[in-house]
Design a protein around this ligand. Structure first.
Ligand code: FES
Length: 244
């Protein structure tokens, strides 16, 4: 049934079902900024439910959500990431809720660059999380060096995953869309439940949908992720990862 509804129709139907299924997050986002999708359980390489302690701090992982073709970063930053106030390129403000997990250090973002949609693919990835130091030119024109950032080497945009993936450098016009994570209090399992902030999904399908469908061996690139999504180390998913 779900594939016959467009995304916004589906969201309206599902948002009330999803709300309340998990423990409430700490800061509510403005309703307009949050788009609810079906809750997707994250699975490890053995197809078992992924729990926070299975993630290695500083190791970037990849899963596909809210659609089977749209990649997302999953990262344990190794230190708590606190809530941030952000805005998309249209000036719409929203609150990023901060990290989850025992240390508040686990975050997830769409891995589609908000500039020209560079994203991890099987052959190559120009956008990556860097736990080591990188240097970049800030918007104030200063050369800075920092670790724990997401760097897109296509045109050198840099995002800070500790602060809702806000843009620190480069031509990206808005933060990466944030993926809302929830941890089931009973089982400790990790779920992706929504996307918020400015997302690139429709533009991604227009530009890359055909190629993405072939890569994922499906007919419809807009197929929702559904009940579960596998989590991969990016280094094992993309044959080549570009660092800059
Ligand atoms: S596509 Fe990422 S900086 Fe241009």
């Amino acid at each position: 049934m779900t594939n016959k509804l467009n995304r916004r129709q589906f969201n309206r139907v599902c948002s009330s079902m999803i709300a309340g299924a998990f423990a409430a997050a700490t800061i509510p986002s403005p309703a307009a900024a949050r788009t609810a999708y079906p809750s997707t359980r994250l699975l490890d390489s053995d197809k078992s439910p992924l729990k926070p302690d299975a993630l290695k701090a500083g190791e970037p992982y990849l899963f596909f959500y809210p659609y089977v073709t749209t990649p997302c970063f999953l990262i344990d930053l190794g230190a708590a990431a606190t809530a941030s106030s952000l805005a998309d390129s249209g000036g719409n403000a929203y609150n990023w809720r901060g990290g989850v997990g025992p240390n508040g250090s686990i975050v997830a973002y769409s891995a589609i660059c908000s500039h020209k949609m560079s994203h991890p693919a099987r052959e190559i990835s120009f956008i990556n999380y860097r736990h080591d130091n990188i240097s970049f030119i800030s918007h104030e024109g200063k050369t800075e060096e920092r670790s724990g950032l997401i760097s897109c080497c296509s045109e050198r945009s840099v995002y800070d995953p500790h602060q809702g993936a806000k843009v620190l450098s480069g031509p990206a016009p808005q933060p990466l869309a944030a993926i809302e994570l929830q941890i089931d209090e009973g089982t400790g399992e990790l779920f992706a439940t929504a996307s918020y902030g400015g997302d690139m999904y429709d533009k991604f399908f227009d530009k890359f949908g055909f190629r993405a469908a072939i890569e994922h061996r499906i007919d419809d690139p807009r197929q929702l992720s559904g009940e579960s999504a596998s989590v991969h180390k990016i280094a094992e998913y993309s044959r080549q990862t570009i660092k800059c």
